[in-house]
Design a protein around this ligand. Structure first.
Ligand code: ATP
Ligand code: MG
Length: 418
């Protein structure tokens, strides 16, 4: 026998026992985003590699080692999207959407060649949100308040908000020198990753997840103390709005984000309930990106939610959403009943469009069919045999009480509605 072909490591099947939770979470998120006036955009999963190199940055983890890159048949160098911001900006630019403000969201799979572990996969899913043409800090506050509302709507507990400002490009460059000088003084305490980043992407050292780097990072000079006036003022307004809205947050000076395009406001929602993969939502302002990609400058801010982590956190805190149960399982005993059950089911669906009804299909003994009905979790089991067909009735068993009754076909809809 041939060996079965298995999926690619880190790329998971999402099976029917959990898809109802995914659907419920996705539709709750969509509803909130729509209510704030954000519109859905869909763009390809594959883009030119250059788009990601130029936007995310050559010396980021993603571009250095995580991208799925391949040659197209015609020789083009393509990449499976590792995140959505670059493609979203590309689509908005290409379609002339940036001469007015935009509030956008998207949802779908992202691909990164990381070491698979809990909360870290090679295909994972994000809901991403981007706004273009707003200067902030009001839109920054809107986005953060909106994430808080997303959690409230989902009943999500256990996530806390961290914010920081990365300042203007100039302020960041000046701070970079201060930071490099500090780390150079402590060069022998840097781990391998940090050694490598010292002159390529020193800010990223602050984002290290290595506990051995913690003390050194904590004592490092803070970017928030080196901000330009404009960034400092905007950050103060943002904090003020969040305070007035009663949103609890922590200013985390080490929050620098891994992608090159961020400046000014950055934020993350983190939890301690998922081990080391604790960031469920991350984002910030990236005013420079459009110009960097050759467009006419447009301010921008966005965030992305990792859906696997979000759903894990809901599960860990016993807050998975309620999912729709089956209303009726229709058992049909005998050949005549098998076809009649389908017709009866169609009639009921016409009458009750929201009814969740499963017809048995495939025959089998009454006992076996009944077992399936039980397993389906249906509230009622309907039973149709020759006798019921002759009388144009159906046997109805209410599963929790065990109560049984007989109901005429034309009275079923009324019965179910009560
Ligand atoms: P991390 O620091 O955990 O690697 P990141 O900074 O690379 O995250 P972003 O690029 O900001 O992550 O992506 C936004 C969100 O997408 C993350 O906060 C996380 O919830 C989720 N995410 C990122 N990478 C993965 C992955 N490989 N598997 C599952 N979820 C992920
Ligand atoms: Mg990462």
């Amino acid at each position: 026998m041939a060996e079965i072909i298995r999926s690619i490591r880190g790329m998971n099947d999402i099976l029917p026992d959990v898809t109802p939770y995914w659907q419920a979470v996705e539709s709750a998120l969509k509803k909130v985003l729509t209510s704030y006036g954000y519109q859905e955009i869909r763009f390809p999963i594959v883009e030119k590699t250059e788009l990601f190199c130029r936007s995310i940055g050559e010396v980021t983890d993603i571009v250095e080692k995580e991208m799925y890159t391949f040659a197209d048949r015609n020789g083009d160098n393509l990449t499976l999207r590792p995140e959505g911001t670059a493609g979203c900006v590309r689509a908005a630019m290409q379609n002339g959407m940036l001469n007015q403000t935009q509030r956008l969201w998207y949802m779908g799979p992202m691909f990164r060649h990381e070491r698979p572990q809990k909360g870290r996969y090679r295909q994972f899913h994000q809901v991403g949100v981007e706004a273009y043409g707003f200067n902030g800090p009001d839109i920054d506050a809107e986005m953060i308040l909106m994430t808080a509302r997303l959690w409230k709507t989902l009943g999500l507990k256990g996530a806390s908000l961290q914010i920081n400002s990365l300042g203007s490009t100039e302020a960041r460059l000046a701070y970079r020198d201060v930071l490099v000088a500090y780390f150079e003084m402590h060069q022998d305490e840097l781990d391998e990753d940090s050694q490598r980043r010292l002159h390529t992407n020193p800010l990223r050292i602050l984002d290290s997840k290595n506990p051995a780097m913690q003390a050194l990072n904590d004592a490092a000079p803070k970017l928030i103390d080196h901000l330009d006036d404009e960034s400092r003022q905007e950050f103060a307004i943002l904090c003020q709005i969040l305070d007035q809205a009663g949103l609890v947050y922590e200013i985390n000076p080490r929050l620098v984000r891994g992608l090159d395009y961020y400046g000014k406001t950055v934020f993350e929602w983190v939890t301690d309930q998922l081990g080391s993969q604790g960031t469920i939502c991350a984002g910030g302002r990236y005013d420079g990106l459009v110009a960097q990609l050759g467009g006419k400058g447009a301010t921008a801010i966005g965030f992305a939610i990792g859906l696997e982590r979000l759903i894990s956190l809901l599960e860990a805190t016993d807050s998975l959403p309620e999912t729709d149960a089956v209303d009726v399982y229709l058992v049909a005993v005998g050949e005549a009943a098998a076809s009649q059950s389908l017709l009866l089911a169609e009639q009921l669906r016409d009458q009750l469009p929201d009814l969740k009804l499963i017809t048995h299909c495939g025959g089998g003994s009454f006992k076996n069919q009944f077992k399936r009905a039980d397993r389906s979790g249906a509230r009622w089991t309907f039973i149709l045999g020759d006798d019921e067909i002759n009388k144009k009735v159906v046997g109805v068993k209410t599963m929790v009480t065990g109560e049984q009754e007989t109901i005429a076909w034309n009275a079923i809809a009324d019965y179910l509605q009560q």
